[in-house]
Design a protein around this ligand. Structure first.
Ligand SMILES: [Zn+2]
Length: 271
C-alpha cells in the first residue's frame, strides 16, 4: 500500500506544495530584508490644543504612507531631545503645527545647522509661521528670516473657503496638483508683509474668492513657498487647521509630493 502511494499524484502534489511553501518563506525572508527603512522622518507635533484633530489625522495618514513606502516616522511633542546627534538620524523634519517659539537653545542651534547645511529636508505647516511675540517668548529672528520675513498679523477666526492658485507648476511639490484648487473653511493667516521678495512662492490664495467674504485681507497672499537661500529642501504649507484637509486630494498630494521631494527620495509606485 505504502509503496503504491509513493509516486501517486497525491504525493507529488504534497511535495510540490511543501516546496512552494519553503520558497514562499524564503521570499518572505528576502522581502523582510528589503523592509529596511528607506528614510527616516521626525515630526515635531503640536501636543493637544485646537490643532489636535489635524495632528491626529496626519498621524493616521502618515502611518499608511510610511508603511507603503518603507519609511519611518518618529514623533516628538517638544524640542527637549533635539540636538545635532538626534537630527543626524533623520532625512526629513516635519513641523506638524508646532510654533517657532519655546524651543531650547540647543534645539535651535541644531535646527539652524540642519537647515542651513542641508542635512535633511523640512516641511512646516500652519503654526510654523506664528512669528512674533507669543506666550512671553521673543520672536526667533533666524526663523523669521527662514520664513521670508513675515510676522503674523491676524487670522480669519470665522473660517472661509478660498481658491489657491499654483504659481510654479513645475516644482516637484506641486506635481499633478490641479490649479486652482479649493481649500474649505480655512483660518487663513495674514502677515505684516508678503514673503515674496525673499522666498520662491509656489502657490497663493486669491482673497477675492473668500466665501463668505471678509475684510481680513493682505493683498498678495502666498500660502505655499520654499526658501532657496537655505541648503535644505524646505517647504512651508500654510494649510493645517482642520483634519478634513486629509479628505482634500490637492492637499494630500501636496503633502505626499513634499515628503518625497524634501527627503530626496522617490515614491514607491509599485503598490
Ligand atoms: Zn489653526
Amino acid at each position: 500500500m505504502f509503496k503504491a502511494l509513493r509516486n501517486s499524484p497525491n504525493i507529488i502534489f504534497v511535495r510540490l506544495l511543501l516546496l512552494a511553501l519553503a520558497s514562499c518563506s524564503l521570499n518572505g525572508f528576502l522581502a523582510g530584508q528589503d523592509k529596511m527603512p528607506r528614510f527616516r522622518v521626525v515630526a515635531l507635533a503640536e501636543h493637544g490644543g485646537i490643532h489636535k484633530p489635524f495632528v491626529d489625522a496626519a498621524k493616521v495618514w502618515l502611518g499608511k504612507l510610511a508603511s507603503e513606502n518603507n519609511f519611518t516616522v518618529d514623533y516628538i511633542e517638544d524640542t527637549q531631545k533635539i540636538d545635532d546627534a538626534f537630527l543626524a538620524q533623520y532625512n526629513l523634519f516635519i513641523q506638524l503645527n508646532y510654533p517657532p517659539y519655546n524651543w531650547t537653545d540647543t534645539s535651535q542651534a541644531a535646527f539652524i545647522k540642519y537647515i542651513e547645511e542641508g542635512k535633511g529636508g523640512w516641511i512646516g505647516f500652519h503654526h510654523a509661521t506664528l512669528l512674533g511675540e507669543f506666550d512671553g517668548f521673543p520672536m526667533w529672528t533666524w526663523f523669521h528670516r527662514f520664513m521670508g520675513g513675515v510676522r503674523f498679523k491676524n487670522y480669519i477666526a470665522t473660517f472661509v473657503t478660498g481658491t489657491v492658485m499654483v504659481e510654479d507648476k513645475s516644482h516637484p511639490a506641486m506635481k499633478g496638483i490641479a490649479s486652482p484648487f479649493r481649500i474649505e473653511k480655512e483660518e487663513w493667516y495674514t502677515y505684516d508683509t508678503t514673503p515674496r521678495p525673499n522666498v520662491h512662492v509656489l502657490a497663493s490664495v486669491d482673497e477675492n474668492t473668500y466665501t463668505p467674504s471678509t475684510d481680513q485681507k493682505m493683498g498678495d497672499h502666498p500660502v505655499i513657498w520654499t526658501n532657496k537661500h537655505c541648503k535644505a529642501r524646505n517647504i512651508y504649507i500654510f494649510m493645517g487647521h482642520h483634519p478634513e484637509l486629509f479628505e482634500n486630494q490637492a492637499f494630500t498630494l501636496l503633502f505626499r509630493n513634499s515628503i518625497f521631494w524634501a527627503a530626496g527620495r522617490q515614491e514607491n509606485r509599485e503598490k
